[in-house]
Design a protein around this ligand. Structure first.
Ligand code: UDX
Length: 427
């Protein structure tokens, strides 16, 4: 049982804290945002993650996890300190490490004793950041420290699951003692554990997300080509996936990838590579392709309805994917803006993300049910892979819409069950 603290209680920090506490460690949580501290302390996660509320309340009750109001109180009892602060994109796509810097400075200031502690960067940071940003701040404080890197591979909507049952753990260490400490922390993980150096661990995270984003963009492009060549994507995918080097997973074509990770991480890697004289042409093409993929859905609507001016179009799914309330980089945004620019009346529905979405695009009429969104609509675009949407039947569309034009942007409906629907999907 180890005393560890988690600095930053967003989805990554809180899910990681709860997972470590569930495994029997004593975990202390801190966040500079007092509201977020209060919510975590009350067992009311400020974001939607399946199972997090129950698991959080359980470890709070068992006194395995507690939230403190000062960094001092977070650092003093801890032997390991996890940095889980955000590293968002700047305007030019580069990684903004200001949050990481200020959190590290606060940790150094709160480190009042001579105890040696291990500082572990879980935030997604470019290769070399832990060494060149975190290390100098801790060195300036003159405290005995070890440094580790432990990238997160949490998928939104399944973050707690991924934290409790990772399918691989990557540990960067500044020496054998740190590697030993981190490996013992992950004794619970029944999966491969890669122990490597700091920079490699940071790089593995970007390599993974960049490849996954490329895989999605490839699926989108292949689907576009299948449509142009009049072949079935599903059939081609069956053959493609048989190759063990490719495997069938993560090749679902649609309106493009969104979320707070893929776009940010690919942009940061491209920007960092470019700054050092590399030419990341393929990843730049992935970003460029992803930017316009949503237009396929709009084109299907225009094919069926002609000029969209004055037409009523419903968007089902406003968050960047199902099972989350996160609208960061959601493809629903460019879809809505493009429809509005064409003079369409846009109605949107999402089980969780409606209010957040209408803050950003007030011109979209956000309603409270699928039925309300479909009522009288001339066309619908499915943008979120919510389970509720995959259960929609042809009857749901035909009996409620003015014209049953449906574009499935997330490949969640079965075309064979769409009799009477003017149905399209990508690929
Ligand atoms: C991703 C990585 O999966 C996770 O390991 C990392 O830690 C964070 O980034 P997340 O962004 O939560 O997780 O979502 P994910 O489920 O990976 O989907 C990312 C985007 O790709 C979504 O917009 C999704 O709709 C899209 N996608 C995913 C596809 O279009 N097709 C697919 O086959 C898979």
């Amino acid at each position: 049982m180890t005393n560890l603290s988690v600095v930053g209680l967003g989805p990554v920090g809180l899910c990681s804290a709860v997972a470590f506490a569930t495994q029997g460690h004593r975990v202390i949580g801190f966040d500079i945002d007092a509201k977020r501290r209060g919510q975590a302390a009350q067992g009311e996660p400020p974001f939607y993650e399946k199972g997090i509320e129950t698991a959080l309340r359980k470890v709070l009750r068992a006194k395995r996890f507690s939230v403190v109001d000062t960094m001092d109180a977070a650092i003093e009892p801890a032997t390991i300190v996890f940095l889980c602060v955000g590293t968002p994109s700047r305007e030019d796509g580069s990684m903004d490490d200001s949050g990481l810097r200020s959190a590290t400075k606060s940790i150094a200031e709160a480190w009042r004793d001579g105890k040696r502690r291990t500082v572990v960067v879980k935030s997604t940071v470019l290769p070399g950041t832990t060494d060149h940003v975190v290390r100098p701040i801790l060195e300036a404080a003159g405290r005995p420290f070890r440094l580790g890197v432990n990238p997160e591979f949490l998928r939104e909507g399944r973050a707690l699951e991924d934290a409790l049952r990772p399918d691989r753990v990557v540990l960067g260490a500044d020496g054998p003692e740190t590697a030993r400490i981190l490996k013992s922390l992950y004794r619970f993980a029944k999966c491969p554990i890669l122990a490597t150096d700091l920079k490699t661990a940071e790089a593995v995270k970007y390599a993974t997300n960049s490849f996954l984003a490329t895989k999605v963009a490839f699926a989108d492009e292949l689907a576009n080509l299948c449509d142009a060549l009049d072949v079935s994507y599903d059939e081609v995918h069956k053959g493609l996936g048989l190759d063990p080097r490719i495997n069938p997973r993560f090749l679902v074509p649609g309106v493009g990838f969104g979320g707070s990770c893929f776009p940010k991480d690919v942009r940061a890697l491209v920007s960092a590579g470019r700054r050092r004289g590399a030419e990341p042409r393929l990843l730049e093409a992935v970003l460029a392709q992803n930017e316009v993929q949503y237009q396929r859905a709009i084109a299907f609507l225009e094919e069926e309805l002609g000029d969209l001016n004055g037409k009523r179009i419903a968007i089902l799914g406003l968050a960047f994917k199902g099972d989350t309330d996160d609208i960061r980089e959601t493809r629903a945004l460019p879809i809505a803006r493009s429809l509005l620019a064409k003079g369409a009346l846009v109605v949107g529905y999402d089980p969780l993300a409606g209010p957040a979405f209408s803050q950003v695009v007030p011109e979209v009429k956000v309603v409270d049910s699928v039925k309300e969104a479909l009522a009288g609509a001339d066309g619908t675009i499915l943008q979120g892979d919510w389970p509720a949407f995959s259960r929609l039947t042809a009857k749901d569309f035909v009996t409620t819409m003015a014209t049953p034009v449906v574009v499935d942007g997330r490949r969640i409906l079965d075309p064979k069950k769409m009799r009477g629907v003017r149905f399209h999907r990508i690929g």
